[in-house]
Design a protein around this ligand. Structure first.
Ligand code: SF4
Length: 783
């Protein structure tokens, strides 16, 4: 943990600098770019029935959008207002009234005709509901009835047959903590959170390489660092205000490098609405873009290191920070040998980057005295996500970019709750304040005063699969309790996920809105519990940003949903009904009491108990983790790990496919058109030359398929790396193989090999079993 404290926000320069402008044409007229003014006007219109409340949420609450983190309109990096259209789009979730009775109680099949966006727009869930198989409609039930039914079922099963999941939609640390504690109190370690499908490999890798589980630095370190690298991250789209920090960095001379299979337009140029010169003339963000193959990052990073070792041979000290390596790491010799043994031609083929281009980047990093690596799902959502991130840690350590100003490694998070969820223990591998190991378990047992089950809990993907086990299996999933989340849209192979969800005896959906998963049957019943938003919860709540700032969000005066309850309170009420004789062990009278306990259970969160009013915030761990190079590992050293090239199966004639995000907040879609490239959600981004080789014209209907599924879309010529294509997520999940998890962190695989064909050809031959034959061939080629 670092001793140095964050210095607080700094000002942007007042005078403009035309050298960063995109063009002299004002407002990017004629260019494809987000329409911030139009989008803001649309949000004002949507919230017209509750503008004062919406304004209070924006000015007093902590953003429930991404995890960049902001309290009211102020952040800890730059002075000046902080708001973006992602936050504005999500706002309506907090201000909309309850679903109208006649809509809520209509035939379930009519509700099922709606997609998740339409369901979201119906309004909030007003009171507890239930539905049994054969029921054509939801029934209203009382809270007592709902909780008693859930408790009765939980009492009747083996605790291993119970699983909890919490999404990251605005959920507070207090709710994650209560859920983590209640799950263990009820005897199960099957509790997981949304980071399983976004950054779980980041945490696992940073832990094994550096002993830390979070960003080692702050956004402030972007500003003025020599080189700022975005690796598999489209921060401009997913954390929009980060562009303001990028602007500040550029004004201080920072070089921005983007590494991605797709040449992301928003990371190239952006019109930042809150910076007048940028709003007018745009800002060129990326100084260089490396279009790596999907899954080729490890090879690229090995290539950079190989260049460094060769540079060192010619001129010692020219590439590697020897002092840092000698004083603060181990494993150097093994890593060096491993990298030296790699063949250039293999590295070039796997990465898609030439040796010369690798040298350019290696040289840039070698000449930089400081650097920050930022990454996202482009690195994590692979079968080898943990290895990808350990490679980033290798690069950072070899250059000594750890534990000091303007340096660090940062997994940038897309959901406001996701950083805190694991830190609060809503994770099968974690308890508050540490791992799920004997030592930490005993420590937490002393605080909680009850025994924690000692078996390893399952990740959510495995819990879902367990619903298909035989009835008498000890791990057969019988009760799934999910706070938010829509697995039908977030997990690979939606058809399989549906089967799993419908095979649970009882599903409990604690949520603010309906989604497509809520409407599925369960074998006995579905119970729906109406939750409060973070702004409604008595005593307020806290959430932790990517840079480890713990922000307090107060309860905000405004309209309330009839019977919605604070999320943490629902868990507690349920636990008390399952084990009434031990109720006092999980009893809290207020959110403040939970915060008091969090401070004891997770020592990093000492200080959370003092957060009481709007604007209260602290950063756990100080400005830099591993400050001075001292890592919280056994011997205080970071571990350099030799990472082998992964096996990326792309048979001849196939494309490798990845997913991208458009106008959406995680799986919630807010617009059919991607504001950054004008693509439709069913457009397939493909390199012009690749498409032409297949005789596919721009805009032509195509079919993308493999042995797992079929995706119908339209070709959109775009700047993808040749041989690589991209489709939108979650629509592209139909092409992903089920049950494939990252080895160390349990992340599902979200990349795959596919065949691309003109729809015309595909359909013409479908009748003659052409597709079946092709799929069989594909199976042979892949296996
Ligand atoms: S960038 Fe993220 S934290 Fe900031 S306002 Fe937008 S959604 Fe909220």
């Amino acid at each position: 943990m670092g001793k140095t404290k964050h210095q607080g926000p700094v000002r942007l320069p007042k005078s403009p600098d035309p050298k960063h402008w995109v063009s002299w044409v004002p407002f990017g007229i004629g260019k494809v770019k987000p329409k911030h003014i139009r989008d803001t006007a649309k949000v004002v219109w949507e919230n017209k029935d509750s503008l004062p409340y919406a304004t209070r949420i924006l000015t007093q609450g902590v953003c429930d959008g991404c995890a960049l983190g902001v309290g009211g309109l102020k952040d800890q990096t730059l002075t000046g207002p902080h708001v973006c259209t992602t936050r504005l789009n999500v706002l309506r979730l907090n201000t909309m009234p309850a679903i109208k009775k006649e809509i809520l109680f209509q035939d379930i099949d009519d509700l099922r005709k709606m997609d998740s966006s339409e369901l979201r727009n119906l309004g909030r869930i007003p009171y507890p509901l239930s539905r049994e198989p054969g029921d054509k409609k939801f029934k209203r039930i009382s809270w007592d009835e709902a909780l008693d039914r859930a408790a009765k079922k939980i009492k009747s099963i083996d605790p291993r047959q119970l699983a909890f999941f919490l999404t990251a939609r605005g959920i507070t640390n207090e709710s994650y903590y209560a859920a983590g504690k209640v799950a263990r109190f009820l005897g199960t370690n099957n509790i997981d959170n949304a980071s399983r499908i976004c950054h779980s490999p980041s945490k696992t890798a940073l832990k094994r390489s550096l002993g830390i589980g979070a960003s080692s630095c702050s956004y402030m370190d972007w500003i003025g660092t020599d080189v700022l690298i975005f690796w598999g991250s489209v921060a401009a789209n997913n954390q929009p205000v980060s562009t303001k920090y990028m602007y500040a960095a550029k004004r201080k001379g920072t070089k921005i490098i983007v590494i991605n299979p797709y040449y992301e337009p928003s990371m190239d140029k952006y019109w930042i609405p809150s910076v007048p010169e940028s709003a007018l003339f745009g800002t060129k963000l990326a100084d260089d873009v490396y279009q790596v193959n999907i899954g080729g990052d490890i090879a690229f990073m090995n290539g950079i290191m190989k260049h460094w070792f060769e540079m060192e041979k010619k001129q010692p000290g020219s590439a590697i920070d020897r002092d840092f390596i000698n004083s603060h790491t181990r494993g150097f010799t093994e890593l060096k040998k491993h990298v030296a043994d790699q063949d250039w031609s293999v590295l070039e083929k796997s990465s898609g980057i030439t040796k010369e281009r690798m040298y350019e980047f290696a040289k840039l990093l070698a000449r930089s005295k400081s650097g920050v690596f930022v990454w996202s799902m482009g690195l994590t959502q692979h079968r080898f996500g943990t290895d990808n991130i350990s490679q980033v840690a290798n690069l950072a350590m070899l250059r000594g970019f750890i534990g000091r100003e303007k340096c660090g490694v940062m997994p940038i998070r897309g959901h406001s709750g996701v950083q805190g969820s694991g830190e609060m223990g809503a994770d099968p591998f974690v308890l508050p304040g540490g791992e799920f190991d004997n030592e930490n378990r005993k420590r937490i047992e002393e605080i909680w005063k009850f025994k924690i089950p000692d078996w390893q809990g399952d990740i959510i993907g495995v819990s879902l699969e367990n619903a298909l086990l035989p009835d008498d299996h000890e791990r057969k999933l019988k009760v799934l309790y999910t706070s938010g989340g829509n697995f039908l849209e977030t997990m690979p192979d939606p058809g399989f996920v549906k089967q799993c969800l419908e095979n649970t005896d009882v599903r409990i959906h604690q949520d603010i809105i309906l989604n497509t998963s809520t409407l599925l049957d369960a074998k006995e019943q579905v119970i729906v519990l109406p939750a409060m938003t973070r702004y409604e919860q008595p005593g307020g709540g806290t959430s932790t940003s990517t840079e480890r700032m713990v922000y307090f969000s107060p309860e905000i005066k405004g309209p309330r949903i009839e019977e919605a309850r604070a999320e943490w309170e629902i868990y507690i009420e349920l636990a008390k009904r399952v084990k009434p004789h031990k109720a006092e062990l999980v009893d809290y009278n207020s959110a403040e009491e939970i915060r008091e306990e969090i401070a004891k259970a997770n020592p990093n969160y000492e200080g959370i108990q003092h957060l009481k009013k709007k604007g209260d915030v602290f950063q756990w761990g100080g400005a830099w983790l591993c400050e001075g190079g001292i890592c919280p590992t056994e011997d205080g050293r970071g571990i350099l790990l030799p990472i082998s090239l992964p096996e990326v199966r792309k048979p001849e004639g196939h494309f490798y496919l990845t997913t991208r995000r458009g106008k959406q907040f995680n799986s919630m879609i807010y617009g059919k058109q991607d504001p950054n490239n004008n693509a439709d959600r069913f457009d397939v981004l493909i390199h012009r030359a690749d498409a032409k080789e297949l005789g596919i014209a721009e805009g032509e209907a195509i079919v993308v398929y493999n042995r797992y599924g079929v995706f119908h879309g339209r070709a959109k010529y775009d700047r993808t790396r040749r041989g690589n294509i991209a489709v939108y997520w979650p629509e592209g999940n139909v092409l992903m193989e089920k049950k494939v998890y990252e080895r160390y962190a349990g992340m599902p695989e979200y990349n795959t090999a596919v065949i691309v064909e003109k729809a015309e050809t595909y359909h013409a031959h479908k009748d003659t079993k052409y597709v079946e034959r092709r799929v069989e061939e594909l199976e042979t080629e892949i296996s």
